[in-house]
Ligand binder design. Sequence first.
Ligand SMILES: [Fe+2]
Length: 209
Amino acid sequence: MRGARAFLAWAPRVLGLLLLGVHHLRVEGLGMEDVWSDHQEYTPRAYYLECPWKTIDSADDMLLKTGLELLWLGDQPPEYRQPLEALQAAHGFVESDEIFISAEANLGLAEAALGWGGKFSREHSHTEDEVRFALEGGVIWDIRERGPGEHWIRIHVYAGEAAIIPKDSWHRMFLLPHPTYVRMMRIYKDELGWQATYRDELPAGKEEL
Ligand SMILES: [Fe+2]
């Protein structure tokens, strides 16, 4: 009886050590770097933040679930000039500006803008659509799924692409793990429509728009 109890107590640990040994052998055989790089191709475009295996597989699905529209404009000026003008005309945008944020070039600015509690990375909304065109690098957008669950949906946006975040929707933005910089154009109608409402600053009980 005592022997059986001891076996039950130790068997999982012995099994775990055996598995660990096999795992180490496998990793050593392939090289740790190879193992990691093998998985890069599996990073999806968009997914539920809390369930990353649950992916969003089309721009239409993204639009339906969140209202976020993703457009390809082009990554070279001759290519994107015309689509950009068409986008500006369609939405009545008359103003534009540009930001460049790089974790390598200016870590302080990157963290203040897109790090913990940053200007862009705190959950917020606007009374106008937010339109950002990535000219270089890329960003992560998190946007709340429409509906009572309000799950975060994360999308990776790269150079040549524009994201339209609909007005009155909660969202936040971060730098990508790679590349860790972004040059982005913002196009808009009026600076007033751009005042951010931060969700954590709303009075208690008024966290909904
Ligand atoms: Fe925003």
